[in-house]
Write a protein that binds this ligand. Sequence first.
Ligand code: NCD
Length: 310
Amino acid sequence: MGKPSFSDFVSIRDLTKKQMSEVLERAEGMIPYASGEKRTRALEGRILGTLFYEPSTRTRLSFESAMLRLGGAVMGFSTPMGTSIEKGENLSDTIRVTESYADILVIRHPLEGAARLAADMSSKPVVNAGDGAGQHPTQTILDLFTMLQAKETLEGLNVVILGDLKFGRTVHSLSEALALFGANLTFVAPPSLEMPREVIADIESKGVKPHYSSSLGDAVREADILYVTRIQKERFADAAEYAKVAGTYRIDSRLLSQGKSTLSVMHPLPRISEISPDVDSTPHSLYFRQAANGIPVRMAILSMLLGVDP
Ligand code: NCD
C-alpha cells in the first residue's frame, strides 16, 4: 500500500468509511509487530515530533512506542514547561520550527482547531492527539478496532455513550464514526453536559438518529457496548459547575448484571470514579485491552502517513 489519500489526521470528518476501514485493516496486520513478536525497521531514519501542550499518558506513550516499534525515533515535549512556549512563542512559530526537525508531528493542544492550524502550516503530516473539546480521531480508530475485536460488526451495534458528552472529544469523533458504520447510538449525559448540536447534526447527516436516555439502567439493558467517559474537569470555567456534576454516575458490576451477558464496557481512560474497580475483573471490562490497542492502531496511522509498508 502506498501513500494514503489523506495527508494529515486531524478530524474523523476528513475520513471516509473506506479510509477508516483501511486503517483498521492495516492495524490488524500490525499486531505481531506491536507486541514485539515480529520486528520491523520500516520507519528507520524517520523522526516523530510529539508536541503535547496538555497532559497525556496513553496517547503520547503509545505514539512513542508505535514509532519505536517501527524502527523510528522520537523527540518532543510532554508539557510546554521548559520550552519557549513559556516565553510566549506562538503555535505557528513552534510548528514552523519543529516541522524542520521531524518527519511527522503529533500534537495535543487545549484549543479546538489547533491541530488544523498546525496541519495547514506544516508541510509534514500532522496528527491530532486531541484539540480541546474538539476531536480525538486516533482514539476513535482504536475504539472501533476494539469494538470489532469484541463484536465483529459495527452495523446495528447498540452503543450507549455515557458521561461528559459536551467536552469529551473522544465521544465527538467516536459518535461521528459510528454513525458512518451504521451503529445505533444512545446518549446518556448529565443535564448541562449533553452532546453539542453540531456533532448531532453531523451524525444525523449520516442517516443516524441518536436516542437520548435519562435512565442509565434502561440504556444498559439494551446495550452491546457501554462507552463511559470522565467528566472533563479541566474544561470547566467555573469550579462550582464542575462540583454540581462530579460523581453523578458510576458503573459497577451490580448495574452491569442488569445488562446482556455479552455487554462490553469501554473507556478512553483515565477513569476517576466513573467505573468501579470491581468491574475490572469481570468479562465486561474492555478498557485495558482498548488502551493496549493504541499501539497497532498508531503504528498503522504513522506508517500510512509516511507512505511506508511495514
Ligand atoms: C482522553 C482525552 O485525552 O481526550 N484520554 C485519552 O486520550 N485516552 C479522555 C480523557 O482525558 O478523559
